[in-house]
Design a protein. Sequence first.
Length: 294
Amino acid sequence: MASRFALMIDPAASDDLRTDFADSFTVVDPTAPALNVSELSTQRGDGIFESIGVVEGHVQETRAHLARLAHSAQLCDLPAPNLAQWRQAIALATAHTGSGEGVIKLILSRGVEHGPAPTAWLTSAPAPDFSAPRTRGIRVVTLDRGIDSGAPSRAPWLLLGAKTLSYAVNMAAIREAKRRGADDAIFVSSDDVVLEAPTASVILRFGDRFVTPAPASGILHGTTQLSLFEHLAERGFATDYETVSASSLRQADGAWLVSSVRLAAPITAIDGDEMSHDAEFSASLNQYLLSPRD
Ligand code: PLP
């Protein structure tokens, strides 16, 4: 079983070519307060993060998560992260991940108000138990995201493709889904285009073709979706990024919410309409996602 671990990181410049960043790390008590009360991450949600799955001590898809961290930093005008430094921080945390499933979070905040530099830290903890959603599936409702599909290009300051710390809206959507008797939600644009779930990507199956909305539609490009598409292609299936209308959701032969720690949760109902669910196929996806992946 993983133990909890936390590391404060003094962020190095991206062009710092040091090979050993040990003196930029401070191990802290994961149960004790560690942040300045003027932190902009806590005051405004002004920062970015990554949640990385860990299975039996193997950190999954580190490279894809670091690439997305750098992409989010760029979208948010944060200094480019030094990826060698983050890799070393992850390696330090790996020693504490133990057996079973865990989650490593990387957080890069704008820093303290009027402060000179960003604040960065990493935590590692046991993962929540997702065995029921993976095997029994989940019921979802579609929720209006309140933006049309032109918003990402018209209003880049909405930071729609960045994994920012501002998840209050996403959490509100999950609460609304629960109020409606479902487990989770799928966001749909005001012009009827399927986007993503509040904390997951959406993958749909049409025959032997698997599709997901294109990242340019103002969604996060999921590392799990990317990895699953590689796997599906190896198994001989076609995979595509596509504009999917909300009305065609119900025509899918299968649908999943996928993300780094939950892995693949098959959807069993959309807005109260039952969906077909191939439990054996979903189990094969989760078996792949639980195998060591880089
Ligand atoms: N979309 C959103 C909004 C998310 O928060 C997440 C993950 O938390 C994802 C998609 C899936 O991303 P990943 O597969 O990299 O975990």
